[in-house]
Design a protein around this ligand. Structure first.
Ligand code: M6R
Length: 594
């Protein structure tokens, strides 16, 4: 998704190198173009083009722009191809106003038509271009930049975080947001805007979180926030406890492998949330039903939650994809707890669903990014403690979400045995990472496959879905996760000679039935790659390859450990295929459009 940055420095240093550094930290969001605008000598300088930041920088020397304030953008195309013209900043036709935008302006076509009739000439195919045109129109009508932005947001519909600069008001950046993320950083050397904190961690860790419809004005003297009635809002300043180093690769080749290796500590740190979770449970009286709402990997964590809560606490639990949630809204009431699972806390589908759930039910967010929209709008919050996750593929945040869900399930069902078991998980995770040489070897053998199947039963079924998602998103190989018992109801027809089938088969209640399903695919020629207990000799005899996991890992906690080799398989196959695991094509880390 698009990322925006803005900065105004207190002294007269050039801001472009800082803007470039900050916007580079948002590469992980997924993008196809980059652009910067700075203000200098009564002129707005713009450098922008499609391509990776490094390529565009080599061509245009992005850091070489005069001016001590400006805005920058990475674009993830929605309206119009990736191209120089469609890149942001977008400007009005006289180059007097420059704007960067994250989100979608839903009514841009009708605005464009109207402005065209008034004589405006548009150059790009973007929805965003109407914004600088509207701001310029209102400035011509004698509004200052702040009020021109305010008038503009009265006209546009959709989701947006916007930052604008204008020739009419030197030394000022005006920003606002609705349903797209935006934070304001207060640093020693200046004031910052960004879509996400990793962009500015190096420069500012004191953060203000603007609410929907608030207008933020940055100048050399500081930051002022106005509400929709022009009143000054006294915003809390919150200090982020993430460090700049946490958002660096720290010697690893990719963020993804760094983050896989950080999983034991992500789990350990999230286990510290036990008291907070107990307090929330104590406060939740009369809950008769739980409904998880999430997308992607967070949806898979939620599915594991359903198995845990239904089997341990006997509370009926549903799991709904956030984008489909509104169709179940009629079943909600004040005895329903709706739990939103999200790494970013900014996923548009989840936020829309949260607004719906807040009208009838109790809501709880399990979120990794502090201060994000879900943490501000949910009634209760559990903060997972994974630290910043930069790789697009969720890994350590998945395990920290699972940890929070396991704690919740164990505490709500008073299950002391499971609580004790959870303390062993970090060591089991570290031990599972020791399979890396074997997995590298398997990845060399399996990377030519066109399709993979992943099978698991019970607690291992969501693990199968998540393993398949990891494969799809970074290797671009087709992978399907199935409940092992479901295969014979149709997909078995797809099993051919040599097709890789990954079977997740921890010791426990589901072992024998899963083994029968393994034999079904094996007898139809599949190449079985099993993840199972290290001492399971009969598995070794039946599967083509086995990735061993400590035999003391019980079935109930297997989702926290058995996923690790599946993440590693996806990572190493991606390397074999020569793709960048951190920035898969077409995908964005934080999906801020519906
Ligand atoms: O930030 P969220 O957890 O709400 O994001 C939801 C999905 O977009 C996300 O989990 C996505 O599926 C992962 N990046 C996949 O690895």
């Amino acid at each position: 998704m698009c990322g925006i940055v803005g900065c105004i420095l207190k002294d007269d240093e050039d801001v472009a190198p800082i803007l470039l550094d900050c916007i580079s930290k948002l590469e992980y969001r997924g993008y196809d173009s980059i652009g910067i605008a700075t203000f200098h000598d009564n002129h707005i300088n713009v450098k922008k083009d499609k391509g990776k930041i490094e390529e565009v920088d080599n061509k245009l020397d992005l850091a070489d722009m005069p001016g001590n304030f400006g805005i920058a953008h990475v674009r993830w195309a929605t309206h119009g191809d990736p191209s120089k013209l469609n890149s942001h900043p977008q400007l009005d036709e006289d180059n007097t106003v420059a704007v960067v935008h994250n989100g979608i302006i839903e009514n841009y076509l009708e605005i464009k038509e109207k402005l065209t009739l008034e004589g405006h000439v548009f150059k790009s195919d973007t929805d965003t271009e109407v914004i600088p045109h509207l701001i310029q129109k209102f400035i011509k009508e004698k509004f200052d930049l702040e009020h021109a932005v305010r008038k503009t947001i009265d006209v546009i519909e959709g989701a947006y975080a916007i930052a604008a600069i204008s020739l009419n008001e030197p030394d000022k950046i005006v920003a606002t947001r609705k349903d797209s993320p935006l934070i304001v950083g207060i640093g020693d050397g200046g004031y910052y805007l960004a879509s996400d904190s990793p962009a500015i961690l190096k420069y500012a860790r004191d953060i203000i979180y603007p609410e929907r419809g608030e207008i933020v004005i940055l100048d050399k003297e500081g930051v002022v926030v106005h509400d929709e009635f022009d009143n000054v809002v006294n915003k809390d300043i919150e200090t982020i406890n993430w460090t700049p180093e946490m958002a660096e690769k720290e010697g690893y080749d990719h963020f993804m492998i760094k983050e896989i290796n950080e999983q034991a500590s992500a789990v350990r740190n999230t286990l510290t949330q036990k008291e907070n979770i107990q307090n929330i449970i104590d406060d939740l009286e009369g809950i008769e039903r739980i409904c998880f709402v999430a997308c992607g990997t967070s949806y898979h964590a939620s599915l594991t939650g359903k198995y845990l809560i239904e089997s341990l606490a006997g509370i009926p639990t549903d799991v709904v994809l956030a984008s489909e949630f509104k169709y179940s809204a009629n079943t909600l009431n004040d005895k329903t707890l709706v739990i939103f699972i999200s790494q970013s806390g900014e996923t548009a589908d989840s936020l829309k669903a949260l607004d719906v759930a807040n009208q009838t039910s109790k809501t709880l967010g399990i979120v990794n990014v502090a201060g994000s929209s879900i943490t501000r709008r949910a009634q209760y919050v559990i903060q997972t403690q994974a630290g910043p996750e930069i790789g697009v593929a969720a890994t350590k945040t998945y395990l920290s979400q699972l940890t929070a869900i396991y704690l919740f399930a164990a505490l709500i069902s008073n299950n002391a045995e499971l609580l004790k078991e959870l303390d062993n998980v970090p060591d089991f995770i570290d031990e599972s990472l020791e399979n890396v040489d074997l997995i590298e070897d398997l990845s060399r053998r399996y990377n030519f496959a066109r399709d993979f199947f992943y099978l698991g039963r019970g607690y291992s079924y969501p693990t199968a879905l998540e393993g398949a998602l990891k494969l799809k998103e970074i290797t671009y190989i087709h992978g399907e996760g199935y409940a092992a018992g479901e295969l014979k109801h149709g997909p078995l027809a797809l099993i051919d000679e040599g097709i890789p089938v990954v079977v997740i088969i921890p010791p426990g209640d589901n072992y024998r039935k899963t083994m029968s399903n393994l034999e079904e695919v094996k007898s139809r020629g599949a190449n079985v790659l099993a993840i199972g207990a290290a001492n399971d000799e009969s598995l070794k005899a039946k599967a083509d390859d086995v990735i061993p996991i400590n035999e003391n890992v019980k079935e109930i906690i297997a989702p926290l450990i058995y996923i690790v080799p599946l993440q590693l398989i996806a990572y190493y196959i991606t390397l074999e295929k020569g793709h960048d695991p951190d920035k898969p094509k077409n995908l964005a880390k934080c999906v801020t459009v519906e």
